[in-house]
Ligand binder design. Sequence first.
Ligand code: HEM
Length: 136
Amino acid sequence: MIDQILSFLNDNFSEISLGANVFIMVLIVIGVLNRRNAKRHMKIMLTCFVVDMINLVAIEVRNAAINKSYEAFLSLENIVLIIHILVSTIMVVCYVIAIYTGRRLYKRGIGRKGHKRNAVVFLASRLANCITAFMV
Ligand code: HEM
């Protein structure tokens, strides 16, 4: 039974990973729409962060994505892959900034502007990540 589940996951990895990517994108939109409800907003955004990171690590382990991206950078062969890696990196940095500024905003009520500005960059890079994930 476990063998069957593992082989199903292995055979359908790209579809599952892309599906998770789109699912999280939708969840992020729901989280932002709930931005006035701090507790619900935080729960949703932290869930998105955890699932996104699991998806990212799974892709890297499975495809040895780090090696691939390094080769692409050296040869400049695959522009879309390079863009995908760049926006994914920006996205991860913005996640970390969002958690820091979001926690600070919740606990001390400061830095709302910074949290909002970071959110704009995050949403643009996360959307670009979602679109380019289908092209690489
Ligand atoms: C990366 C994902 C995130 C995005 C895109 C995002 C976006 C936003 C936006 C647009 C606002 C409204 C700001 C305003 O209108 O002035 C907001 C509010 C807020 N966010 Fe986030 N956020 C994210 C993650 C987080 C996280 C991880 C936390 C906490 C751990 C957090 C905590 C808060 C709090 C406390 C507020 C204020 C809610 C209120 O008005 O009571 N956010 N967020």
